[in-house]
Design a protein around this ligand. Structure first.
Ligand code: DHB
Ligand code: MG
Length: 224
């Protein structure tokens, strides 16, 4: 059992429950054509994020890591007509591709793009009085994950849902002596998640077309 089976099963489930429609298909194609790395969430994961945002009745979403806007489209589709999603990426080229993809998906009125390193943009958002956010998706560079989580908490309210992608990394997360800054970032994030008293959290390992990885989920507690 490994990658081939995971991919075929993912394609099977995707065909049944999360088929890519023209807007998502176009977003993937345009991202590839622009040379963006194909590290966006899979279709089944995108549908999962969409369902979580629906379940939260999220009206105000924050996404860290725009890339080509594929997950942005899934998440923005869960918003009510007056809902807002702010998506942040350090790379202006990513944002340009995503802006076009989101426009093609008919979601430009709900999505605001912010360009800059997350740790620069997040304090700006706080100063501007943006948030609190109902749903925060952390999927940017992994080395700053613990700091993104701290900011997510500052910009949340009791009941907010924080999801982080890529917390397992093929099991590399077990390696306490790793010199890989990304894995170190994920490990520091996991420890901070464990130490944080204001959330209840878990992590789910996932396999599929994107390999073996996982999502963290944290709910901000009522008395936070
Ligand atoms: C990488 C980043 C991601 O967000 C992801 O889902 C997979 C891989 C990366 O930086 O390698
Ligand atoms: Mg990711």
């Amino acid at each position: 059992m490994s990658q081939n089976v995971w991919t075929e099963v993912d394609n099977y489930i995707c065909g049944l429950l999360a088929p890519n429609d023209p807007a998502l298909e176009a977003a993937l194609k345009a991202s590839e054509a622009a040379g963006l790395p194909a590290i966006q969430v899979s279709a089944t994961q995108g549908k999962f994020l969409y369902l979580l945002a629906c379940l939260m009745r999220a009206g105000n979403i924050l996404e860290l890591g725009t890339l080509g806007g594929y997950s942005t489209i899934w998440l923005a589709r869960a918003l009510p007509p007056k809902g807002r999603l702010i998506t942040v990426d350090a790379n202006p080229k990513h944002t340009e591709v995503a802006r076009s993809n989101v426009a093609f998906a008919g979601l430009s009125d709900r999505v605001e793009f912010r360009v800059g390193p997350g740790l620069d943009v997040l304090p700006q958002l706080e100063r501007e009085g943006r948030g609190p956010f109902d749903f925060i998706f952390i999927d940017a560079n992994k080395s700053d994950m613990p700091e993104y989580f701290a900011w997510a908490l500052r910009l949340s309210h009791p009941g907010s849902l924080i999801i982080a992608d890529n917390v397992i990394r093929d099991g590399k997360v077990l390696d306490a002596s790793t010199v890989d800054a990304d894995i170190q970032g994920v490990r520091r994030f996991n420890q901070r998640l464990a130490d944080e008293k204001t959330v209840s959290a878990t992590e789910l390992q996932t396999v599929g077309s994107k390999g073996y990885d996982g999502f963290a989920m944290a709910v901000v507690l009522a008395d936070a």
